[in-house]
Design a protein around this ligand. Structure first.
Ligand code: B12
Ligand code: SF4
Length: 450
C-alpha cells in the first residue's frame, strides 16, 4: 500500500501590512468581477495537486493499492496518535513546503520506523542533490514525471497507459470542495530569465483539460482555470485547445494563462467561443531595460497592442501578472512601472493587475549570483511570494525590495480604485464577501484593517 500526500500548499500568516493591502485588493476585485463577469458557483476552499493525482491514477490503473491524502488529514492522524502507516508514504512538495514535508516525515518515522518515506514534486526535480543532503529523513527522492515517476514510486515496471488522466474519484473529498485548476500541456518552450517552467519536460495532457469529465462532476458556472505555462505551446496549439474545449459543451466560467505575443484576432475569437471569460498575462514590469535584462522578448509597446487587440475582438476580463524584484530592479524601474500600470488600468487596457514578488527558487546548476541575486537565508520555508525577501540584488537590499513590493501593490490598488470611479475603499458599494482566491484559503488573513 502506498499513501500519497499532497503538500504543495500550506497555511502561513502574512505580514499585517500586506494583509491589509490584499484585503483592499480582494474588495475591489469582487466589485470589478461582479460587474464584468458576474457571480460564479461558490469556490471550493481545498487545493489538489493535479500532478500527484495523475500519479495516483496511473498506479491505481496498474492495480497498485494507493491512497491520496492532503497534509491536514495526516497532521490530524498524527495528533491523534495514529501509528498504522503503510509500507510507503510519498510526498509532493514545492520549494517552501519541502521542509514541512521533512518535519511530517520525521513524525511518521518516529511512530512507524519501517515505513519507506519518499519525496517528489517540482522542487525535487529542480534541485535534487541539495534536497537529498538537507533532508536525510527521506529514504529516497523520486525524480521524474508521469509514468517514469510512478515506476520509481512503486519500484516496478508498470503497464504503459498512453492516455494518462486525473481520476478525480481518487481525491479524498468531493470535487466541489476544491478550487479547480486544469491544464492541457506541461512545460514551456520559452526561456524567460526569471522562470523555471521551461525546465519541466514538454508533454501533452487532455486537449480539453478534462472538461468533458469535470462537466459531469461540477455545477454550472464553476470557475475553471487553465494553468498551462503557454496554452497549447503556440497560437495554433491554443486554437486547437479552444476547439476541443468548445466541443465539450461545458457551462463553466473559464480563465487561462496566456503569453501575449501568441495572441491573434483569430485566437481571441476562438477563446471567446470556447467560453473563456478571462485571460491572464504576464506584464511583469513597465521598464523595457529591466525586461530586456531578464530575456523577455515581448516589448512594452507590443504588449499594449496585444491588450488593445483583446479589447477590440472580445469582452474578456484581462488580468495581468506583475513581478517586483527581478534582478536589475531599481527605484527608477519601479517608478516607471507604477506609472505604466496606472495608465493600463485608467485607460482601460486591463481590468486587474496581480502583484507578486520575484523569488529565486533553487535550481541545480543555476548560479543566481551570476544574475546579481544573493541569497540571505537557506531556509526554504521562507521562499514564498508573500514573505519578506530571501535575497538582495546588486542594486537593492531585502528591505528596499520589500518596501518596493508593498509600494507597487498599494499603487496598483489605488490606480485600480480610481479606474472604477472611487476615491476611497469605503466608497465601494457593499459587497457580501471579498473575492475568494487561493491566497485567502492558504494564507491566514487574521489581521483586520485598521
Ligand atoms: C497550479 C499551480 C498552483 C496552484 C495549485 C497548486 C497545486 N497543489 O497543484 C496554486 C495556485 C494553489 C499554487 C500555489 C502556489 N504555488 Co504553484 N504552481 C502551479 C503550476 C502553475 C502548475 C503545477 C502543476 O500542476 N503542474 C503540472 C503537473 C503535471 O506537474 P507537477 O506538479 O510538477 O507534477 C509532476 C512531477 O513533478 C511529478 N511529481 C509531482 N509530485 C510528485 C510526488 C511524488 C511522490 C512523485 C514520485 C512525483 C511527483 O509527477 C507529476 C506528474 O508528472 C506551477 C507552474 C507550472 N506550470 O508547472 C506552479 C508552481 C508549482 N508553484 C510554485 C509556487 C512557488 C507556489 C506557491 C508556493 C507560490 C507562493 N504564493 O508563494 C503557492 C503555494 C502557496 C500556498 N501558501 O499555498 C512554483 C514552485 C517552485 C519550486 N521550485 O518549488 C511553480 C513551479 C511556479 C513557478 N514557476 O515558480 N500553485
Ligand atoms: S514566464 Fe511564461 S513564457 Fe516565460 S518561461 Fe515562464 S512560463 Fe514560459
Amino acid at each position: 500500500m502506498i499513501w500519497l500526500i499532497e503538500y504543495t500548499h500550506y497555511q502561513k500568516k502574512i505580514d499585517p501590512e500586506l494583509a491589509t493591502i490584499r484585503s483592499d485588493y480582494l474588495k475591489i476585485k469582487r466589485y470589478k468581477r461582479d460587474q464584468l463577469i458576474g457571480r460564479c458557483a461558490p469556490v471550493g476552499k481545498r487545493v489538489y495537486a493535479i500532478g500527484l493525482l495523475r500519479l495516483a491514477t496511473i498506479l491505481h490503473r496498474n492495480d497498485v493499492d494507493v491512497k491520496y491524502y492532503d497534509f491536514e488529514t495526516i497532521n490530524s492522524l498524527l495528533d491523534d496518535g495514529f501509528t498504522a502507516f503503510p509500507d510507503v508514504v510519498a510526498f509532493a512538495c514545492v520549494c517552501p513546503t519541502a521542509p514541512l514535508c521533512a518535519e511530517m516525515a520525521k513524525r511518521i518515522k518516529s511512530v512507524s520506523p519501517k515505513t519507506v518515506l519518499l519525496l517528489g514534486g517540482i522542487h525535487v526535480n529542480l534541485c535534487p542533490d541539495e534536497t537529498r543532503k538537507r533532508f536525510p529523513v527521506f529514504d529516497d527522492l523520486c525524480i521524474g514525471y508521469e509514468l517514469d515517476a510512478a515506476e520509481k514510486l512503486c519500484g516496478k515496471d508498470l503497464r504503459q497507459v498512453d492516455d494518462i488522466y486525473a481520476d478525480y474519484s481518487l481525491l479524498p473529498f468531493p470535487l466541489t470542495e476544491y478550487s479547480i485548476n486544469t491544464f492541457t500541456t506541461s512545460g514551456c518552450p520559452f526561456r524567460c530569465g526569471y522562470c523555471s517552467d521551461g525546465r519541466a519536460p514538454l508533454f501533452k495532457a487532455s486537449e480539453n483539460g478534462q472538461l468533458n469529465i469535470l462537466k459531469q462532476l461540477l455545477p454550472e458556472k464553476t470557475m475553471v482555470h487553465f494553468f498551462d505555462s503557454v496554452l497549447g505551446y503556440s497560437t495554433e496549439g491554443a486554437r486547437a485547445v479552444c476547439r476541443a474545449i468548445k466541443g465539450t459543451g461545458h457551462n463553466f466560467i473559464l480563465s487561462c494563462d496566456m503569453r501575449a505575443d501568441l495572441l491573434t484576432k483569430e485566437l481571441i475569437s476562438d477563446l471567446k467561443d470556447a467560453g473563456f471569460s478571462e485571460i491572464r498575462m504576464g506584464v511583469e514590469s513597465g521598464d523595457q531595460e529591466l525586461l530586456d535584462r531578464n530575456n523577455r522578448t515581448l516589448k512594452v509597446n507590443g504588449f499594449m497592442e496585444k491588450l488593445q487587440m483583446v479589447r477590440d475582438y472580445s469582452d474578456m476580463y484581462i488580468a495581468l501578472y506583475s513581478i517586483v524584484g527581478l534582478p536589475g530592479t531599481s527605484e527608477s524601474s519601479v517608478g516607471i512601472t507604477m506609472d505604466y500600470f496606472d495608465r493600463i488600468l485608467n485607460q482601460g487596457y486591463a481590468d486587474e493587475i496581480k502583484n507578486t514578488q520575484y523569488v529565486p527558487y533553487p535550481i541545480q546548476g543555476v548560479d543566481h549570483e551570476k544574475r546579481g541575486v544573493y541569497l540571505l537565508t537557506e531556509d526554504w520555508s521562507k521562499y514564498d511570494r508573500q514573505s519578506f525577501p530571501v535575497y538582495r540584488t546588486d542594486e537593492l537590499s531585502a528591505e528596499q525590495l520589500w518596501e518596493m513590493y508593498l509600494r507597487t501593490a498599494r499603487s496598483i490598488n489605488f490606480s485600480w480604485l480610481k479606474s472604477c470611479g472611487f476615491r476611497s475603499y469605503d466608497e465601494i458599494p457593499f459587497v457580501d464577501s471579498p473575492y475568494e482566491e487561493y491566497m485567502e484559503n492558504t494564507y491566514m488573513l487574521k489581521e483586520k484593517r485598521k
